[in-house]
Design a protein around this ligand. Structure first.
Ligand code: ISE
Length: 334
């Protein structure tokens, strides 16, 4: 029998997840699309053949015909909806970040520890991206020697929201790098410094972060609204070599003394395969109870939120801020 999934939130990511569940996820069925705006839920439900629409997420989580939940509503709702899923005993794939408040993220981990089993997979999909997987493999297999530095560029075409601020570049965009660098280097962070160039356009200007890991590495991250295309790059530099991320590119136009490759307009095409793999890992978890070794769990969500909070302070106060985390519960080791 198919795993019946409710998608909560019918915005950009909710619509994309609904499409993946309906069209690209063997063993899963799109049961309900839920959004505060019923017409928006209806549009997505009709487009992808969902069995039902709803406007009350908590009622949806409680439904007997819903086996698992995918939360893609606004960031501020993620933690409370994840808690509702844990209380209802329903596995949840929650879009990142679980909350922009580390205290809320910690509450989610505590609820899971009390429940005594994993419920929450966090949507840090870059862990499932083939280029990131190959970066991690190169490090693990010794091709690089010890890792020293990781450079990251994260350029959006435009600000993801009209009211996007430099703080949100740190709390909404950079958590992807906080998480994937921590995943690849297998080390937590101990400090973060944040800079901005003195020349800033009225749009959110670049934010440049430098993080230190407990393992002694440096990680730098540029988050920027670059206009020309969605462009994520990364390079991991080790003692003996370096490995860079390549974006998938299926063609190149050569004409009139130029060679041209396209950029995506946002993250969905760039990470299409990563989203598919992530969602498949979630369905496997729901079916078997085995949490993916690659996927981010609630503790990983907490770690990214702590770093983001320190980053916001570092920007505001213009100084390095130590990253201080609660001790990791045994529940999340191994
Ligand atoms: C957005 O919320 C995402 O999660 C995208 O993956 C990221 O690239 C973008 O910067 C965020 O704003």
């Amino acid at each position: 029998m198919s795993i019946r999934i409710a998608v909560i939130g019918a915005g950009v990511m909710g619509a994309d997840h609904a499409r993946i569940v309906a069209e690209d996820l063997p063993g899963a069925a799109l049961q309900v699309v839920c959004d505060a705006a019923e017409d928006r839920a209806r549009r997505i439900a009709d487009a992808f053949g969902a069995a039902d629409v709803a406007t009350d997420p908590r009622a949806v989580i409680a439904r007997a015909d819903v086996d698992a939940v995918l939360v893609a509503s606004p960031d501020v709702t993620h933690a409370s909806l994840s808690l509702a899923c844990i209380a209802a005993g329903k596995p949840v794939l929650c879009e990142k970040p679980p909350s922009q408040s580390s205290a809320d993220c910690l509450e989610v981990t505590e609820a899971e520890v009390r429940a005594g089993r994993r419920y929450v997979q966090v949507g840090f999909m870059r862990r499932f991206d083939q280029s990131s997987a190959e970066m991690k493999a190169a490090l693990l297999h010794g091709a690089l020697g010890r890792a020293l530095m990781m450079h990251n560029f994260h350029r959006n075409v435009e600000t993801p929201a009209a009211d996007f601020t430099a703080d949100m570049a740190i709390t909404n965009s950079a958590p992807h790098e906080f998480d994937v660098a921590r995943f690849i280097l297998e080390s937590d962070y101990v400090g973060i410094s944040v800079f901005q160039p003195a020349i800033l356009t009225p749009r959110v200007g670049p934010v440049f972060m430098v993080l230190e890991t407990a393992g002694g590495q440096l990680v730098n991250i540029e988050v920027n609204n670059a206009s020309y295309g969605y462009d994520v790059r990364g390079e991991l530099v080790g003692e003996k070599g370096a490995v860079s991320l390549n974006a998938p590119s299926y063609s190149r136009l050569d004409a009139e003394l130029h060679h041209v490759a396209d950029y995506a307009a946002d993250w969905r095409p760039r990470y299409a395969e990563a989203y598919r793999r992530q969602n498949k890992a979630f369905v496997h978890f729901v079916r078997t109870g085995a949490f993916s070794a690659i996927a981010a769990n609630a503790w990983d969500g907490y770690c990214a939120a702590v770093v983001a909070e320190a980053g916001v302070r570092a920007l505001k106060e213009g100084r390095r801020i130590p990253v201080e985390m609660s001790p990791r519960p045994d529940f999340y080791t191994g």
